[in-house]
Design a protein around this ligand. Sequence first.
Ligand code: NDP
Length: 492
Amino acid sequence: MQTYKMFIDGQWQDAAAGETFASYNPFTGEAWAAIPKGKKEDAERAIVAAQKAFTSGPWPKLTASDRGHLLRRLGDLIAENAERLAKIEVVDNGKLINEMLFQLKYIPQWYYYFGGLADKIEGAVIPIDKPETFNYTRHEPLGVCVGITAWNSPLLLLSYKLAPALAAGNTFVAKPSEFTSVSTLELAKLVEQAGFPPGVFNVVTGFGADVGETLTTHEHVAKIAFTGSEATGRKIGEVAARSFKKVTLELGGKSPHIVFADAEIDNAVNGVISGIFAATGQTCIAGSRLLIERKIHDQFLEKVIALARTARMGDPLLTSTQVGPVTTTQQLDKILGYIDIAKKEGAECVFGGGRPTEPEFSKGWFVEPTIFSSVRNDMRIAQEEVFGPVLAVIPFETDEEAIQIANDSRYGLAAGFWTQDMRRILRMSAAIQAGTVWVNTYRTISYMSPLGGYKHSGIGRENGLASIQNYLQTKSVMISTASSVANPFIMR
Ligand code: NDP
């Protein structure tokens, strides 16, 4: 067992109550790390430290270029530690080493990009219509920002938030998922090594009900950036509204993945598989509803099943593995529950549909890649997020019907479609209600491109130039150059 401490005010600390909880390896089912079980008191200590670091000490005195330099140094340290951090993520959340290595080698880009942006946050001089008045704007940091993350890609989701928040001059308290806290604590070691002043970045580990709730209700928190489920997002949106905190909510999805008869079929098959079975389906952007044009429905589905059949399940630390375990036992039960629901609803299970029976999978939290055909879009399997390797297949006849089915969802995080018809590409891209639309590709993410949801998939966008505005507020300064003050009883 590895034992970890929390990082508050530049100090490595146990939880005030001295309690810990275990983090489990989803492949072996065994506890591998002891994590401090923070509570209200620990969360409050972190907020006080972040508030102090925001208003006094070295951080507010740094130039924007200095902040950028620190962020780029952090990016370098993540790059140097990419392999080690990737392995930790795999042991903690069960995702494939190939996927986590890719993520960890890519994550430094967030720190380089937003580090570069730190000293390019410029206000404007406004040629205001008031005579003898000089008007300019300043973009100022908000204060203490809180980042709460889900378990599926802990450091990637955190970096979407942390890099712009620090670039803008805020301080930060992170609360990772109780299921995958280790990588965020490891990142804190690199933040310390990069030379960020104490209190600028803090990590409080523990449970949503204690730590999460304190962080989202505390009066000194100015902004909450959250990635997680719709249910928790709703709670956070409600409590944040009471104290007028700024919020960004990145929530769930039930993304449509549409294949037209004129698609390049082999590419589309690969895209569909990557949309739902990569990361064992535990991605918010999973293409979990497969809409196939009826005239190619049977032959396309056959090809998807044939490729799914070749997917190698196994130890996520092996580069040859293609499907790993799911991250938690709760998630495993939830996925199996949805498989039962789909069967009861009358969907036809044409592939997978349970836990693998081979002895090598007996300890880990494995579920077979599963495909349901004959799905109607009003079934729960087509409307609710499973967050697992379960694909619901729905046929359609026309473009209009594809759009209607795609948009008949309370979610709107992402969508994908495959066609070679340029007019259709433009029409469909405009008609689909989703924050990201992929055409002839799927699951492409960049630090430069906005990510976020329509409808119940969230509020706001992360990534891209504009996302730094999530962490800034605008001040308008007006200076009179007049030598006398005019009539005090009227507006100027
Ligand atoms: P949860 O909503 O259960 O948890 C997310 C985080 O919120 C965890 O750190 C959790 O802590 C914390 N939390 C729980 N309750 C509260 C509370 N009352 N106040 C404050 N914080 C709280 O989501 P999951 O971890 O299960 O993640 C899966 C979900 O995340 C899926 O719906 C998925 O679609 C979504 N997601 C969205 C992404 C996007 O970019 N749109 C990307 C990745 C995932 P604890 O772990 O201790 O409960």
